[in-house]
Structures are given as structure tokens and as C-alpha cells.
Design a protein around this ligand. Structure first.
Ligand code: FPP
Length: 254
């Protein structure tokens, strides 16, 4: 059974000031946290030290998002392609994730931050899967959600969703639901609004298989800053850049 998603809204007709102001609010920020390896190299440190610095940067960014009134932060922590990295780096990243989950539990609960994972979680070790489920359960109902993409690939997510969609589309179509809304609700991100802004650090100008369906109307912000160096000034720049954009969404309003 697909979980019900928020869908993609209705086709808009007008272009009122209110609607435009509403469109300048960021409800969901997504980040491709790139450049940990280069940061480590620059500081003559092992790659894993770069990932540790990246985890600290994520921690800071999560709090800035909350303060800025953003409701969802999705971060690309490990892609389906990242399994091709050296055994040592993969093991180190998995250990870091497990450490993050344990170390942050109290802080997440205290600050009303819900934790959620998207991606092929069955690829992760049974121990890590259990830790994830436990943290998701304990933090349910928070007013801010940290979504971590793990063993995640946009194409993989779409292909998996297609299987569920096939089983459900006809029945739900008869109930009057739109095909796009039904499909959205079959994705890992069911119930999460599409990202308004996607930030990619470290100067790369690619989407790299991240939130392919959900990014349809997202704005992008690219910066040369390496992820561990992503500071409050850069965060504010990304937000300010978004607030200047006029989002017509192909003629449809959010
Ligand atoms: C890309 O930089 C980054 C990753 C593949 C891993 C991202 C992981 C973290 C920031 C830390 C762990 C996350 C959590 C949720 C605790 P890269 O290694 O490709 O950098 P490079 O392109 O400079 O080599």
C-alpha cells in the first residue's frame, strides 16, 4: 500500500502577490553535501576526517534550518553509487552514520527533530537498519524533519515506486486522485513536500541522481565552498538567493 503523499498541488491560474510571496518561502531544503574528500586533502588529513567534518557541518546546518523556519532538510549522505568506493571509506562512512544516530538521539528528541531515512535501507547492515528504525520511532512527530538519503539513487527510487504504483494506480484513479499524486505517494519521500531549493557545494554543477522526481520545480544554488566549510554566511547567501527568485513553476503555482 502506498503511503499518502502531499502531492504536487493544483494547476494554478493566477499569479497574485500573495502566491508569489508564498512561493519564496522555503519549506524543504535539500543538500548535496559535496567536497569532504577535497577538504581533507587540503588539510592533509585522511578522507574520513573530511566526512567527520561534513557530519559536523550537517549538524550546524540542521539547526540553522530550524531557526529559519524551514520544515524539512534532506541530505545526500550515501548514494547507490558510493558502494563503489574503497572498503575502508564505505566502512568508515557507515560507522560515522551509526555514531551520528547514537550521539544525536537526545538532541533530536529535545529539539523536536524527526529523523527519517530514504533509499535502499535493506542494503545497510541489519544493525544499522535497527538503529535507524529505533531513531525514526523515537523522534516521530517532530516539527522539523531531517531526511537522510542512504544507499539512495533517484532512478532506483523511481523504479521501486513504479512497482507499487502499478498495483495501486487503477483503484486510486477511480477515487479521483491524479496519477502524479499517486506516484509521489509511492516514493520513499511520501508525505514530504518536494524540495524548494537544492544546494550543491564544492563547485560541481550536477544533480547526480538525487531526488530526480522531486526536483522537477526546485531552484538550485551552487557554491564553490566545500561542504565542511559551509558556514552561516553561505547558508544565508543560499536563502537570500532563493528569496529573489520568481517561481512560476511552468505556469503553475505551488
Ligand atoms: C561527498 O563528498 C560526500 C559523501 C559521499 C558523504 C557525505 C557524508 C557526510 C557529510 C557525513 C555523514 C552523514 C551523516 C548523516 C552523519 P566526497 O567524498 O565525494 O568529496 P570529494 O568530491 O571532494 O572527494
Amino acid at each position: 500500500m502506498c503511503k499518502r503523499g502531499t502531492g504536487n498541488g493544483e494547476w494554478g491560474t493566477g499569479n497574485s502577490e500573495d502566491a508569489l510571496a508564498e512561493n519564496r518561502k522555503i519549506e524543504h531544503l535539500a543538500v548535496i553535501m559535496d567536497g569532504n574528500g577535497r577538504w581533507a586533502k587540503k588539510h592533509h588529513l585522511p578522507r574520513l576526517a573530511g566526512h567527520r567534518a561534513g557530519a559536523e557541518s550537517l549538524d550546524r546546518t540542521m539547526h540553522w534550518c530550524k531557526e529559519a523556519g524551514i520544515s524539512y532538510l534532506t541530505v545526500y549522505a550515501f548514494s547507490t553509487e558510493n558502494w563503489k568506493r574503497s572498503k575502508g571509506e564505505v566502512a568508515g562512512l557507515m560507522k560515522l552514520l551509526s555514531h551520528f544516530i547514537k550521539a544525536k538521539e537526545k538532541e533530536l528528541i529535545k529539539n523536536g527533530i524527526a529523523f527519517r531515512v530514504i533509499g535502499r535501507r535493506e542494503d545497510l547492515s541489519p544493525k544499522l537498519q535497527k538503529e535507524i528504525v529505533a531513531l525514526e520511532e523515537k523522534t516521530k512527530g517532530g516539527d522539523f524533519t531531517l531526511v537522510v538519503a542512504l544507499s539512495y539513487g533517484g532512478r532506483d527510487e523511481i523504479v521501486r515506486a513504479a512497482g507499487v504504483f502499478n498495483a495501486e494506480a487503477q483503484r486510486r484513479r477511480e477515487r479521483g486522485e491524479s496519477l502524479e499524486d499517486i506516484f509521489s505517494s509511492c516514493l520513499d519521500t511520501a508525505g514530504i513536500p518536494d524540495p524548494d531549493l537544492i544546494v550543491r557545494t564544492s563547485g560541481e554543477l550536477r544533480i547526480s541522481n538525487f531526488l530526480l522526481w522531486q526536483a522537477a520545480y526546485a531552484e538550485f544554488y551552487f557554491t564553490d565552498v566545500l561542504w565542511p566549510d559551509f558556514d552561516k554566511a553561505e547558508f544565508d547567501k543560499a536563502i537570500a538567493s532563493f528569496s529573489k527568485r520568481e517561481r512560476r513553476m511552468g505556469g503553475r503555482l505551488k
